[in-house]
Design a protein. Structure first.
Length: 419
């Protein structure tokens, strides 16, 4: 009781105010600290969420870069040094051009670019660095050191940072190997060329066929229309012979077209049989014995009196008939020789040699193309040698030519002897 009285006696209003003020300040401080901690915690949680989101984005971006096989890089314009950030390009024999753990000079990378592309790539990059363009995009070939091989690469780049004066400070870009795409482009280009060539050949076919078919048809129709008015037996027989000759020409043209079409379509399979090559050659020669021009001799040169082979006799005979027909057509003087060599390594060569007009070197490969004619004024559809080549290929053989302009030609038909 005495202590209470002593306290009340010494306690004053000022001290109470100070105590309550102190308590209030403490409470305010505690509340402020709690609010600050909550805010800091929320900010930390937001930052962690952003980091998690960024990490997920990085994983996704990396996955995309891997899937596309892309390398990312940046170029310091001030030093012209290139550094690769990530590189997921397909490796060429374990080697990646330009890629490096440390920065390398752009000029060093440029030395690996094919000499035909290097100047263009340099000019394009400098235009981006100097602000003349906003985008760098180039396709170029990269040489593999120590080899004569190269691969195709495509790069994109743009300015990522600018200096105070607006000039380029940092350039970022991507690179990717595009060999597969280039191969596809080449294939499409070849397909387009073949399609255009096919269209051209179709046009040439129609033009040639209309001309070649119309010529014998006109003769047949014309001679047939007047034969009834001819009374002399000799004149009538001459007209009949002309009609017969033109009919055979027409049938031969149609037969060639049908034969080559069937073989290429796979509808005419080779019929293999055993036969004497000498018999086939003699039979072919007999068909042309009456068509040889005056001053031209037709002889043979066989390696043996008999040579049995296993092949498609009909195709062998047609090939030799076409070759001999050409020799007869283009030989006005000298000789025509038909022969064959001894079999060698399971193959045999039959040939026709003439002393005719010959073929210029630039035309010697083209003579086997469809509808190609060295001399447009000589009758024919330009299908004979093409038919020979196609038939020879169908039985595992080939037809080649050796010729000298003005001296003559030798056409060689090589094919398997068979069992």
């Amino acid at each position: 009781m005495i202590e209470i009285l002593l306290y009340t006696s010494t306690h004053s209003v000022i001290s109470d105010i100070l105590v309550w003020m102190l308590i209030s300040l403490v409470l305010i401080g505690l509340v402020t600290m709690i609010l600050w901690q909550r805010r800091t915690g929320q900010e930390l949680a937001d930052e962690l969420a952003e980091l998690d989101k960024l990490e997920k984005n990085n994983v996704q971006n990396e996955f995309v870069l891997k899937a596309l096989g892309i390398a990312t890089w940046h170029l310091d314009v001030a030093t012209m040094q290139v550094a690769y950030d990530q590189d997921f390009r397909t490796r060429i024999n374990g080697w990646i051009a330009e890629s490096s753990e440390s920065a390398v000079f752009f000029a060093n990378n440029l030395t690996m670019v094919h000499e035909q592309d290097a100047e263009r790539v340099k000019h394009s990059m400098m235009a981006l660095c100097e602000g003349k363009t906003d985008l760098y995009h180039e396709e170029y070939r990269v040489m593999i050191p120590g080899t004569n091989r190269f691969f195709w690469e495509e790069s994109y780049a743009t300015v990522a940072e600018h200096n105070v004066d607006g000039s380029a400070k940092l350039i970022v870009g991507t690179s990717k190997h595009i060999d597969d795409r280039k191969e596809m482009e080449d294939a499409l280009r070849d397909a387009r060329f073949k399609a255009e060539e096919s269209d051209r050949l179709k046009t040439a076919f129609l033009a040639n066929m209309s001309h070649e078919i119309r010529t014998p048809l006109n003769a047949i129709v014309g001679f047939t229309s007047v034969i009834a008015d001819v009374e002399q037996p000799e004149e009538r027989q001459q007209l009949l012979d002309l009609i017969h000759d033109n009919t055979r020409k027409l049938l031969r043209i149609v037969d060639d077209v049908v034969a080559i079409s069937k073989i290429e379509a796979g509808q005419d399979e080779a019929v293999m049989s055993q036969f004497d090559l000498v018999y086939v050659l003699n039979d072919t020669i007999n068909r042309f014995s009456g068509k040889i021009k005056n001053g031209v001799t037709l002889t043979t040169s066989y390696a043996s009196e008999s040579q049995w082979v296993t092949s498609d006799m009909n195709r062998v005979q047609q090939i030799m008939r076409h070759l001999l027909s050409n020799a007869v057509k283009f030989t006005d003087r000298g000789s025509i020789v038909v022969g064959f060599n001894e079999p060698h390594e399971g193959r045999i060569q039959a040939w026709v040699r003439d002393t005719g007009k010959g073929i210029a070197r630039e035309y010697q490969k083209r003579v086997f193309e469809r509808f190609f004619k060295v001399d447009e004024f000589v009758p024919g559809a330009g299908l004979g040698l093409s038919t020979c080549s196609t038939m020879a290929y169908s039985i595992g053989g080939s037809v080649t030519v050796e010729s000298k302009l003005g001296e003559g030609s030798t056409f060689t038909f090589e094919f398997p002897v068979g069992n």
